[in-house]
Design a protein around this ligand. Sequence first.
Ligand code: AGP
Length: 627
Amino acid sequence: MSDIGEENDILAYGSIFCYILEMCGIIGYIGKKQALPILLKGLRDLEYRGYDSAGIALINDGKIERVREVGKVDMLVKKIDGHKFPGNIGIAHTRWATHGGVTEKNAHPHIAGEGKLVLAHNGIIENYRELKKKVKGPFESETDTEILAKWIFLNYKGDLSQAVKKALLSVRGTYGLAVMHADHPDEIVAARLGSPLVIGIGKDEYYLASDVTPIIPYTKQVTYLDDGEVAVINRKDLKIFNLKDEQITKGITKIDWNTEKAQKGGFETFMLKEIFDQPTVFEDAIRGRIDMKEGTAKLGGLNMSPEEMQKIKRIILIACGTAFYACMAARYAFERLSGIPTEVDVSSEFRYRDPIVDEHTLIFAVSQSGETIDTIMALREAKRKGGVVRGIVNVVGSTIARETGAGTYIHAGPELAVASTKAYTNMVAILLLYALQFGRLHHTTVSTGQRMLQELLEIPEKINKILKNSDNIKILAKKYKDYENFLFLGRGVNYPVVLEGSHKLKEISYIHSEAYPAGEMKHGANALLSKNFPVLVVMTQNQLYEKIKSNVEEVRARKSEIIVIATESDKSAKELSDDIIYVPKTMELLEPLLNTIPLQLFAYHIAAMLHRDVDRPRNLAKSVTVE
Ligand code: AGP
C-alpha cells in the first residue's frame, strides 16, 4: 500500500492516500444568516472545480456538526435530506481527488481534537510524514489534510489564529485552507499558499471561497488573499496577517462577473479557460515525479521493479481521439529513449484485430475520462491475452483506473469542454516521463535524462509565452475562418501534432480539415492544393526541418496560402509563409507539448468567430461510453 503522497506521486490506483490539488473548492460563511443553504449553494457553484465528494461543517451551540458524502453535491443534499443544521458559521468543500480513494472518510472537512477543530484544505502538504510523527492518531482518513488539522490543533493554546500561524510556519507544501474551532464560534481562519482564496465582504458578514463564483450572488466586494497570508474573519471584522504575525492592509476589488463567467475564470468558455490552465496543470502533472539527480522519472504507479521493467520487450499505447494523438506524440520518445519497439493503436481497432500480446508486452490505456468504452474493451482484450496493462487517466476512480489497478493520474483537473486540451498536454507529459523512466534502464544517459527534465521544467513558462500570443492568433483566425477546407502538415514528432490540430479544428468549428505527414503529399494529397485550400504547417527546427522546408516549397508552388508554426526567430520560415506563429525552442521530443498549443488557439478562435457552441460541439459527448 502506498503512503500519502509517497513521493508525491506514486500512484498505484487505489493508493489509500489522497492529494488534493488546485481544483477542489472551498466555501465558508460567517454572519447572521443560516449558513447551510449558503454553503450548499456555494458547493454547487464550485462543483465545476471538483465533484467526487463533498462535505460541510457548521458550529452550533458550541459543537461542530459535520456531514460528508461521496459523489456530487446532490448526494450530500440527499444525505442531509431536510435535517436542519442550524448555525451561522460554517465551511464546506467539494473535492476532485487527484490521488487515492474517493471515500467519505477522505472527504473534507477533516476534524481534530475530538471534533473541536475542523479544516477544509486544497493543496499538498509535502512534509506530512514529519508532521504525522508529531501528532497523535488514530487517523480517520488517509489524507494529508487530517494530519494538518491535527498539527494545527497541537499548536492550539486557546487562540485559533495564533495556532494556525504557528502551525503553518513548519508546513511545507501548498494550501488554501479554512479552519474553525468549536470554542470560537465567531471566527473562521483562512490561509493561502499556492491555492487561491477570496473573501467576500458583506454587511456584518463574510464569505470565503476558492474563487468568486459562490460569492457573487451576495456581494461584489472582495479581497484576494495572497500567498503567505492568513485571514482572521469574524462577523464584524476581517484582519489579514503574514505568517510573522504582522497585520497587512489589503485593497478591495469590485467584481462585475456573473456566476457563469466566474466559473470560467473570466474566460468566455470552459475550453478557453482550459487552454489557459495548461501551464499550471502541467506543473501539477510533473510535480514530485522527477529525479533530477538520476536524470529519470519516478512514476511508482507502474508498480514494477526495474528487473520487471527490463523484461518488457514491446510497448503498446491504446487510446481514442485526442488521447490517441497524445500517444502518437509520445511514441517517438519511447522508441528513441528506451529502444523498446512501441506501437500506438486506436482502441476500437486494437480490440478487434486479435492483437499479438504476451507477458513481455506493456499496454498503456490512456484516457481523460477513464470511461471510454472502446479503450475499456481494448484493455480487457489486452489483459485476456496476458499483457501487462496500466492506465494513464485523468478521472480518479474511473473504470479504466479501477480495471488497470495501477498507473498514473495526469492531474489535469476537471476538463469540462468536450474538446480536450489540457488533458492532452498532461497525457503527453506523463507518457514522456514513462519513456524516460524506461530509457534510463536502457541506453539513455544520465545527462540526456537531466537535460530532458530541465526542458520539461521550462515548459510551463514557454506555454505561457505562446498563450500571450492568443490575440495575434485570433487575428489570423479572422483571416482564415471562412475557408471550407484546411490541410495540416507536419513530420516526425509534429505529425501527431498536426493530427491533433486538425482534429481540434474539425470538432469545434465543423470545418473540414485533413492532416498529412508532409513527405506523403506527393503520393496523392498534392492534388487537393489550390488557392482555396490553406495549408498549416508545423515546421519547428528539428532534425526534419530541411525536409519539411522542401515540402513547403512544393505547396507554395501550388499557390495555397501557408500558415507556418516555426521556432522563434526562424527568418527563412517567414519567407516561406503567408502567416507565421512563433513558438519557443525546446528539445525535439518535447515539441508536441508546445506546438499543439497554437493549434488549439487557432481552432478555438475560428470556432468562436463562427459562433459555434465551442464547449459542446454538435454530435459529440465528453465521455464516449457507447461503442
Ligand atoms: C477530444 O477533443 C475529443 N472530444 C475526443 O477525441 C476524446 O479525446 C476521445 O473521445 C477520448 O476520450 P478519453 O480521453 O476520455 O478516453
